[in-house]
Ligand binder design. Structure first.
Ligand code: AP5
Length: 217
C-alpha cells in the first residue's frame, strides 16, 4: 500500500496518516515531521529549512527530494508507506514518479475558514511527533504525549499570519496536484470536515473501493 495524503494545512493529513500507519503497520513518512526533527537537531539541513518553514513557504525541492528518496529506500518502506506532506508541487510529484509507483492519492478536502480553529488548539510531541488537539483530540494528561510520554508543544508556524501564508502556498503550488493525479486516475477525494473518526471511516471506504483493503468494515 503506497499512499499519498494530499490536502491543505490542517486537513488532518498527519492525524489520518498516523491512524493508517498503526492499522496497516506501514510507516508514516511526513516531510514536515522530518524537517522539524532536523531543525530541532540543529543540522545544516535544518538550518536551511527553518527560514522557509517559519514563513510558511516551501523548502527548496532539492533538499526535500533528496530527503524523501533516502527515506523511501529504507527497509521499512518496502511493504508500503503513507506519504504525508509530499509531494507538494508538480516538480516533487514528477520526482516521486521516478522513485516509486503510487497506488492511491487521497485528497482530504476542507474549507480554510472551517479549519483555522484546528491550529490554535494543535499540540505536537517533541519526541515522536504525535499530534493532538486541546479540544478535538486531547491527550490523557495535559502537556504529555500518550504514546511516548514526551513533552507537547505548539508549532511556531501555527500563528495565524503564517497559517494564512501556508494556505496561499498550498493554493499556488500544491492544488495543481489534484488535476495531476486525477489525470492518472489514482485520485480519490474525502470530505475532511467531519470528526477524526468520520474522516478515518471515509478513508477506509475509499481504500476498500480501490481494493487496497479487503472490506470497509
Ligand atoms: P507540514 O508539517 O506538512 O504542515 P501542513 O501541510 O501545513 O500540514 P499540517 O501539519 O498543518 O496539517 P495536517 O493536515 O497534517 O493536520 P493535522 O493532522 O496536524 O509542513 C510544515 C512546513 O514544512 C511547510 O510549511 C513547509 O515549509 C515544509 N515542508 C513540508 N513538506 C514539504 C515539502 N514536501 N516540500 C517543501 N516544503 C515542505 O491536524 C491539525 C489539527 O487538527 C490537529 O490538532 C488535529 O488534532 C486536529 N484535527 C485533525 N483532524 C481533525 C478533525 N477531523 N476534526 C477536528 N480536529 C481535527
Amino acid at each position: 500500500m503506497r499512499i499519498v495524503l494530499l490536502g491543505p494545512p490542517g486537513a488532518g493529513k498527519g492525524t489520518q496518516a498516523s491512524k493508517l500507519s498503526e492499522e496497516f503497520h506501514i510507516p508514516k513518512v511526513a516531510t514536515g515531521d522530518m524537517l522539524r526533527a532536523e531543525v530541532s537537531g540543529g543540522s545544516d539541513l535544518g538550518r536551511r529549512a527553518q527560514e522557509y518553514m517559519r514563513r510558511g513557504e516551501l523548502v527548496p525541492d532539492d533538499i526535500i527530494i533528496r530527503m524523501i528518496e533516502a527515506r523511501l529506500s529504507e527497509e521499512d518502506c518496502r511493504r508500503g508507506f503513507i506519504l504525508d506532506g509530499f509531494p507538494r508541487n508538480i516538480a516533487q510529484a514528477r520526482a516521486l514518479e521516478g522513485i516509486v509507483t503510487i497506488d492511491l492519492v487521497i485528497h482530504i478536502d476542507v474549507d480554510e475558514e472551517e479549519v483555522v480553529e484546528r491550529f490554535t488548539g494543535r499540540l505536537a510531541c517533541r519526541q515522536c511527533q504525535a499530534v493532538y488537539h486541546r479540544r478535538f483530540n486531547p491527550p490523557l494528561h495535559e502537556g504529555v504525549c500518550d504514546a511516548c510520554g514526551g513533552e507537547l508543544y505548539q508549532r511556531v508556524d501555527d500563528r495565524e499570519e503564517v497559517v494564512r501564508q501556508r494556505f496561499r502556498t498550498y493554493r499556488e503550488a500544491t492544488q495543481p496536484l489534484i488535476e495531476f493525479y486525477r489525470s492518472r486516475a489514482i485520485l480519490e477525494r474525502v470530505d475532511g470536515s467531519g470528526t477524526i473518526e468520520e474522516v478515518a471511516a471515509h478513508i477506509r471506504e475509499v481504500l476498500a473501493s480501490r481494493g487496497l483493503v479487503t472490506s470497509a468494515g
